[in-house]
Design a protein around this ligand. Structure first.
Ligand SMILES: Cc1cc2nc3c(=O)[nH]c(=O)nc-3n(C[C@H](O)[C@H](O)[C@H](O)COP(=O)(O)OP(=O)(O)OC[C@H]3O[C@@H](n4cnc5c(N)ncnc54)[C@H](O)[C@@H]3O)c2cc1C
Length: 419
């Protein structure tokens, strides 16, 4: 491919594709429907909190090598901080017990007590791992992992919900395995949490956009693609909602890096998973000295709040698979009251009320990561010779993650470059 490439969607997948295509010397235009790049990984100034926040808390681990490499390529490696150890503190609100899971250096170290939740035997841990490793493609996590003891409650349940945005009874065992093979099963060095102190936009999105602009890439915002004219096995023209029609020359290409719901409208014949559940985030601004008493990341059990992230003076709660949580049906204030009461209890905070609070519901945060949904993931190539797909829903083998999104974008670019 030697012509101009149009990248549709300025999420991480589209930006990663544009970086490789422009680096190879191709002319690139990115068309993004919304007023800002970043997609599901965007940051913005929230007027209620008066703070810069991410649309949702994202956990990056040191084993997410492609995301870390993306930050290095765009000159923003210093905007990510890797925690020196793979430590995961937890609190169980049912009995107030707290503990810290230390991921061992090698998986064999899991026989040591501090590397497992309290009460979990090494045999239960090993049995679960073997079950997951042996899982068949159509199995859910609950079908693959049979143990229902402390290891289930304190590891498999929260981990599945966090990674797959589905409860273990619905989430694909193969997808969870793919994530754990790149992290927990590789030991401590691959599991250190990586934080973006100034937000994911500052670390992964803005520097990528700056680099692309430096290379002459055009970023069109508020430019939703509405249709693709096709004939003779090729995309012939792009039709935008505002009426612009861009004809494609014989050596021009397209990277379609839009979420699966939009893909259905633009390419009706393609297989694709349905959109998955929402992720709900509650952000609480607290006095700085109070925030400092919280760990950067805390797992909660026996509560609606699943994880608390600290960034600056904002404590942010994540509720994944949100439609499965009672919080989903609540009004904004009731949901915030409930989640704050859990944070307050978990962290034994000295302040009764936060200084400001914000509830965000991010619908279709991931694709449907059940075995049935995973089976419908499209490949990168399409029936059109000059059009490829990118996005976390594309068949990378990984769940819907930042890592999967960057990998898909880079593979899509490689495919066009060798076409
Ligand atoms: C709340 C939340 C928490 C998450 N937590 C984690 C986590 O802890 N760890 C992790 O690794 N991942 C997490 N994820 C997933 C991660 O954010 C996504 O996997 C990743 O951002 C997807 O990138 P993408 O480029 O594939 O898609 P998107 O970011 O969705 O990008 C698609 C882009 O296409 C644009 N678009 C749509 N329609 C059109 C159109 N017609 N024309 C032009 N443009 C269009 C959209 O506006 C969007 O900018 C989370 C996601 C959410 C929402």
């Amino acid at each position: 491919m030697t012509g101009h490439v149009h990248v549709i969607g300025a999420g991480l997948a589209g930006l990663a594709a544009a970086l490789d295509l422009s680096e190879a010397g191709l002319g690139v235009t990115i068309h993004e429907a919304s007023p800002k790049p970043g997609g599901r990984c965007r940051s913005y100034h929230d007027a209620v909190l008066d703070r810069h926040i991410d649309n949702g808390n994202h956990l990056i681990l040191s084993g997410n090598g492609t995301v870390l490499d993306h930050a290095r390529r765009v000159g923003a490696a210093d905007r990510l901080r890797t925690w020196p150890e793979a430590l995961f503190p937890f609190v169980d609100l049912a009995d107030g017990r707290s503990w810290t899971v230390r991921v061992p250096r090698t998986p064999l170290g899991a026989v040591r007590p501090g590397s497992r939740p309290p009460g979990a035997s090494p045999w239960a841990a090993l049995g679960g791992v073997i079950g997951l490793l042996a899982a068949r493609p159509g199995q859910t996590v609950a079908e693959a992992v049979r143990d229902r003891g402390p290891m289930w409650r304190a590891f498999w349940e929260p981990m599945t919900t966090a990674v797959l945005n589905l409860p273990p009874t619905a989430g694909s065992a193969a997808l969870l395995r793919a994530a754990l093979v790149r992290s927990f099963f590789r030991g401590e060095a691959a599991c250190r949490p990586v934080f973006a102190p100034d937000g994911l936009g500052a670390a992964l999105i803005d520097p990528a956009v700056n680099k692309l602009r430096d290379r002459g890439v055009i970023l069109r915002l508020r430019a939703p693609l509405a249709g693709i004219a096709q004939s003779d096995g090729r995309a012939q023209a792009l039709v935008f909602a505002e009426g612009t029609r861009i004809p494609l020359g014989p050596s021009d290409g397209v990277v379609l890096a839009v979420p699966p719901g939009v893909l259905a409208d633009l390419c009706p014949g393609l297989p694709r998973p349905a959109p998955g559940p929402a992720i709900l985030n509650a952000h609480f601004r607290v006095p700085p000295e109070v925030a400092e008493s919280a760990p950067p990341l805390l797992g909660l059990l026996s509560s609606n709040a699943q994880w608390v992230f600290r960034r600056g003076d904002v404590l942010s709660v994540t509720v994944s698979a949100a439609e499965h949580s009672p919080v989903w049906a609540m009004g904004r204030d009731d949901a915030l009251d409930l989640l704050w009461s859990e944070v307050w209890q978990a962290l034994r905070l000295g302040v009764p009320v936060p200084l400001a609070r914000r509830l965000l519901r991010e619908r279709a945060a991931t694709f449907d990561q059940s075995p049935a949904g995973a089976a419908l993931r499209p490949g990168i190539a399409t029936g059109l010779r000059n059009l490829v797909l990118a996005g976390d829903h594309v068949r990378t083998g990984l769940p819907a993650t930042l890592e999967g999104a960057v990998i898909s974008g880079r593979r899509a670019a490689a495919r066009l470059l060798t076409a």
